[in-house]
Design a protein around this ligand. Structure first.
Ligand code: PMP
Length: 292
């Protein structure tokens, strides 16, 4: 495996960063998780735009232009001979001293890791997921805004641990006011009376690229999409529910807090959107090789 760090490529064994990097010391940095399918990077410009927006929100100046970053991602995929990959793009504040002061970090670091993707088992898609609400609430937007995809993921990790202890692979998170926001690493949607509902970004969610793509796909099918604030009650009485994320894509949910959702099997609208999404991933994206 060849890993990009600040313009150079290293083997997995030699790819290292300093123990004084504020990404490590304080979670001071931003990241993206991106996928390529069939030799094309899916929604690359959307992911890069979000990365630069996350960086801007924490006043971190990325040392590459968006175009240079795009080329670095594509080159890393080429160097690793990958067609179907998971790409982790990380920008840290860089090396500083042991204090918090980000001004001591003179040069942010850019890391690009491209690996084969670990997929969820087929069974999750065929049968649907069983999720629970966890005690940890999603970060306040006024604290670390969940719209920033920062290296500080402890809020989500705590939620994930709570879910694992209860034997589930994904968990439902509420915000401080008790409204449904998202899951530890996925956005959430429900369907009721032919309406597709998902929380608006201002309730405190990461604005998922998959979420936005599914909204577009649903609209193209003529489905009425509504972004509104809702509670768990709305999920409990919904007809269908699903999650979206780069790794999971679109994944049905059939049980929440031990309550069956709809018929207890992946719903019709969910299955249609899964198909539409898969079609899009296979037919669109930025070519890895220029000659494509
Ligand atoms: N919410 C959170 C908290 C996430 O970390 C992610 C990404 N794994 C998502 C939602 C889904 O975002 P995307 O569709 O851009 O992967």
């Amino acid at each position: 495996m060849k890993i990009y760090i600040d313009g150079q490529y290293y083997s997995q064994e030699t790819a290292k960063i300093s123990v004084f990097d504020h990404g490590l010391l304080y979670g001071d940095g931003v990241f993206e998780g991106i996928r390529s399918y069939n030799g094309r990077v899916f929604k690359l410009s959307e992911h890069l735009e979000r990365l630069y927006e996350s960086a801007s929100a924490i006043l971190l100046q990325i040392p590459l232009s968006i175009e240079e970053m795009e080329q670095a991602v594509l080159e890393t995929l080429r160097k690793n001979h990958l067609q179907d990959a998971y790409i982790r793009l990380v920008v840290t504040r860089g090396v500083g001293d042991l204090g918090l002061d980000p001004d001591k970090c003179k040069q942010p670091s850019v890391i690009i890791i491209a690996d084969v993707i670990t997929l969820y088992p087929d069974e999750f898609y065929e049968k649907g997921l069983d999720i629970i609400t966890v005690p940890s609430r999603r970060n306040l937007s006024e604290a670390i805004n969940p719209r920033i995809k920062s290296l500080n993921y402890l809020n989500n990790i705590l939620a994930k641990i709570e879910g694992k202890q209860a034997g589930v692979v994904e968990v439902l998170m509420l915000n401080a006011d008790g409204y449904v926001v998202e899951c530890s690493g996925d956005n959430i949607f429900y369907i009721k009376k032919d309406e597709l509902v998902t929380p608006p970004t201002h309730v405190g969610i990461l604005e998922g690229i998959t979420r936005n793509t599914v909204i577009e796909l649903a609209k193209a099918r003529g489905i009425n999409v509504v972004e509104k604030v809702f509670t768990r009650h709305d999920l409990y009485i919904s007809e269908e529910c699903f999650l979206t994320g780069t790794a999971a894509e679109v994944i049905p949910v059939v049980k929440i807090d031990n309550r069956q959702i709809g018929q207890g099997v992946p719903g019709k609208m969910t299955r249609s959107l899964i198909q539409d999404f898969q079609h899009l991933t296979q037919t669109t994206g930025t070519p890895i090789n220029n000659e494509n």
